[in-house]
Design a protein around this ligand. Structure first.
Ligand code: FAD
Length: 444
């Protein structure tokens, strides 16, 4: 996690991946609210993007806070992925964020949050331009420790600032945006969560909400690597090409996610595989994992670390999809299109089924897309409603990756920006606030 202003967006790989049509329609179905559906969310993307590529007025926006561009001259290895994909019948698109994410998937040059060689963090795009406003205070080195209540109403937060406990009260409402690990931690340590979990740590229960910390999801990656014949330059953020595809034609949307990395990612030591000095990686993974994990407290205090049980690969469907995903990468990476650049495959290499399962289990690493741990929905395990309000509690919303009912198909930053935008709209509506951006009223 990125511990600082901008969170993950200040340390991540800067890939802009908006999610599949089916993801947003699933959000809408779970929330019982079409405002979360794909057609509505396209409106958000049109409003927030400053898209630098070919115009697509239905799907893309220009002039918004989120500068998004493709690399101008992708490295040969990125172009090789596109030609390899097309030779095996995977369609190639101009953009991974337009039509490609409304169907079975495809391959495309990636879209990145890089401008003139510099990272565009979400903090830099949204908050820094407003820092001179008198009604905005940004406090760094400040750790939120718990919520403060008046009965079941949240009235503010307790914060550690320079080792001193301070309280900040909210006139209207409080919004937690601490990410999918720390939002559930602060909720539980404040008394909102599964009552058995809270009682086990002596935390007085304010509200029993069994879904807090459950439903943990992440994309899992298995790095398949090849050695270059000679050192090659690394372009963009190190990732310049993307591929999404289905492990089974009967699926309604892609379940394989692949970011092509233009350097060799070392396999975990357990695999016993050497990393080539000069190489590249298909960071290949599960876009729609079925396994669900959970978060538990190790204690009631701020310094007690949260316990993360990802439970990855516990669902048999995930291993089946992983086997297909690795074989797809091997087929692509060992195809003729890559041969001028590549001297050979270094991981995993040819293996029988049990050898491949062993590779998958030992090489699996996080994509750093933790989410879904305080999900939006209407069942008993839901934590927030369609307006991101925490059930049975007044004056508290959540706006971060923890509210996703199901992880989006692709990297998770852009969907988190949309969640933030939705939260802003909902708060504006609740409190009859004008829509002020840069001092001008902007229509939706
Ligand atoms: C290494 C890495 C690479 C990634 N690459 C990509 C990529 O290329 N593209 C992409 O789309 N996604 C990527 N992601 C994922 C993406 O960055 C996250 O999904 C996204 O940032 C999540 O947003 P969030 O608001 O839920 O939480 P976060 O971005 O984690 O923000 C939470 C914020 O809350 C702060 N915080 C937490 N606890 C407290 C507390 N108790 N008190 C005060 N502040 C607190 C944190 O410091 C942080 O600033 C990557 C993530 C990582 C870590």
């Amino acid at each position: 996690m990125g511990k600082g202003l901008g969170g993950g967006s200040s340390i991540n790989v800067m890939v802009w991946a908006r999610g599949h049509k089916g993801d947003w329609d699933h959000f809408a179905a779970e929330a019982g609210d079409d405002a979360w559906g794909y057609q509505s969310i396209l409106g958000y993307y049109r409003r927030i993007e400053d898209w630098q590529g070919a115009p697509d007025p239905t799907r893309r926006g220009v002039g918004g806070p989120a500068y998004v561009a493709q690399p101008q001259a992708p490295q040969p290895i990125a172009e090789a992925l596109l030609s390899a994909a097309s030779t095996i019948g995977i369609p190639v698109y101009d953009s991974p964020n337009g039509k490609m994410m409304e169907g079975p998937g495809g391959a495309s040059i990636a879209e990145l949050r890089i401008r003139d060689g510099k990272r565009q963090s979400v903090f830099g795009s949204y908050v820094r331009p407003l820092m001179s406003r008198p009604n905005l205070t940004v406090l760094t080195d400040a750790l939120v420790t718990r919520l403060i209540f008046d009965g079941k109403r949240v009235t503010g937060v307790e914060v550690l600032v320079d080792g001193e406990r301070r309280q900040f009260t909210a006139r209207c409402e409080t919004v937690l945006s601490l990410g999918a690990i720390n939002t559930p931690k602060v909720l539980m340590q404040s008394g909102i969560g599964p009552e058995d979990e809270l009682q086990a740590h002596g935390i007085p229960v304010v509200q029993h909400l069994p879904g807090v910390g459950r439903n943990h999801q992440d994309h899992l990656a298995f790095g398949c690597t090849w050695a270059y014949r000679k050192p090659e330059a690394v372009g963009g953020s190190g990732c310049e090409a993307k591929l999404y595809w289905k492990s089974d034609a009967r699926l309604s949307q892609p379940d394989i996610l692949q970011c092509q990395l233009e350097f060799s990612v070392p396999s975990p030591i357990e695999t016993g595989l050497e990393t080539p000095e000069h190489g590249w990686t298909m960071f290949n993974g599960l876009a729609q994992p079925k396994s669900r994990g959970r978060l538990r407290l190790s204690g009631p205090n701020t310094n007690d670390p949260i316990l993360i049980e990802p439970n990855s690969l516990s669902a048999p469907e995930d291993m089946a999809a992983a086997l297909t995903a690795v074989e797809l990468c091997r087929e692509l990476g060992n195809s003729d299109g890559f041969m001028p650049l590549v001297s050979g495959e270094t991981a995993p290499g040819p293996r029988d089924r049990s050898g491949m399962i062993d590779f998958i289990r030992k090489s699996a690493v996080t994509y750093w897309h933790q989410s879904c741990t305080a999900k939006m929905g209407r069942d008993s395990m839901s934590v927030v409603d369609n307006e991101l309000k925490v059930y049975c509690i007044d004056g508290l919303r959540i706006a971060d990756s923890s509210i996703m009912p199901r992880i989006t198909t692709g990297n998770t930053m852009a969907p988190c920006v949309v969640i933030g935008e939705r939260a802003a709209d909902l708060i504006r509506t609740t409190h009859s606030l004008p829509n002020l951006i840069g001092g001008l009223t902007q229509s939706n």
